[in-house]
Design a protein around this ligand. Structure first.
Ligand code: CAA
Length: 288
């Protein structure tokens, strides 16, 4: 068990509810909040469903589920979720203005020693934390989708992040069974900067008729042993999420490698966001 007895998670979408699930399963008290009550209710049902699947597979017992669900509370306000929190993780959409506003509010609601973490995949943590009074407590804590399965957590050290903050979040992530890497605060960090290149190039190849989506994916699955091809992975991550990351990196690095392909923009405009909407580069029957 790490020094984090209570975790607040802000944003109950794909990443937020996944983080809440693994933390509650590992023994933390978790307070989950979202501005949209419908998203919050769905998140609770998704977490309960994830426990049901884990029980069916013999990875959890009914008692562990009941105890974990008793440790998980949902709140319609950040103030309620932040009460007594040792660590807050925000997992809201990839918009700098939104994340900055949330960080400032979290700081005003927290004790002096509460750590404020962002699950951002691409925005420099120092920019998110620049308005804080105590930027030493701010850090990037980047989880991967699906959170229960993916072994990595990328810890992003901002210019002012303290050693103590880095140590505490590494210990927390490791208490969830994850392996951490520590990355200097640069656009896209280590993971998105590399991963997005593959995803965007696959979309450009589809635009240029190089091969079908299935065959482009099969190329990387069978030829490179990737667990999932880049287009299917874009569907899993969310086309809107990938587009935001590409826009951030294109603006920050000024490199055309990160320029979002027209097809990605078109699909996002059409609401084809991938698995979560049932349609992306593939048609999905239901969200897991
Ligand atoms: N929740 C819990 N468990 C899940 C799950 C979920 N959402 N999805 C899959 N699993 C589990 C399954 O239950 C299964 O467990 P067992 O081995 O115990 O049976 C295991 O994962 C494998 O699943 P499947 O057999 O259904 O399918 P698979 O072998 O094709 O694996 C996958 C699915 C784990 C998603 C795999 O394809 C994979 O690793 N894909 C790549 C994922 C990836 O790269 N994620 C990072 C995206 S980038 C990101 O998230 C960061 C960002 O900033 C955008």
């Amino acid at each position: 068990m790490s020094g984090v007895a209570k975790l607040a998670v802000v944003g109950a979408g794909t990443m937020g509810h996944g983080i809440a699930y693994v933390a509650a399963a590992a023994g933390c008290a978790v307070a989950l909040t979202d501005a949209d009550p419908a998203v919050l209710a769905r998140a609770r049902a998704q977490i309960a469903g994830a426990f049901t699947k884990a029980i069916e597979k013999g990875k959890a017992t009914a008692q562990q589920r009941d105890q974990a669900l008793a440790r998980l509370t949902t709140h319609e306000t950040m103030a309620a979720a932040m009460s007594g929190a040792d660590l807050a993780i925000e997992a809201v959409p990839e918009r700098l203005d939104l994340k900055r506003r949330i960080f400032a509010e979290l700081e005003s609601l927290s004790r002096g020693d509460t750590i404020l973490a962002s699950n951002t995949s691409s925005i420099p943590i120092s920019e998110i934390a620049s308005a804080l009074e105590r930027p030493g407590r701010a850090v990037g804590l980047h989880f991967f989708n699906p959170v229960p399965v993916m072994r990595l957590v990328e810890v992003v050290r901002g210019v002012e992040t303290s050693d103590e903050t880095v140590r505490a979040v590494r210990e927390f992530a490791e208490s969830l069974g994850k392996t951490t890497i520590v990355v200097r605060d640069t656009p896209g960090f280590a993971t998105s900067r590399l991963g997005v290149v593959l995803g965007l190039e696959a979309i450009r190849m589809l635009e240029q008729g190089v091969a079908s989506a299935e065959d482009i994916d099969r190329a990387m699955e069978l030829g490179y042993n990737h667990p999932m091809g880049p287009l299917r992975l874009t569907d899993l991550v969310g086309l809107d999420v990938r587009l935001s990351i590409a826009e951030t990196l294109h603006a920050a690095l000024g490199d055309d490698t990160y320029r979002p392909p027209a097809l990605l923009r078109e699909k996002v405009r059409a609401g084809q966001l991938g698995r979560k909407t049932g349609q992306g580069f593939y048609t999905w029957e239901q969200e897991r």
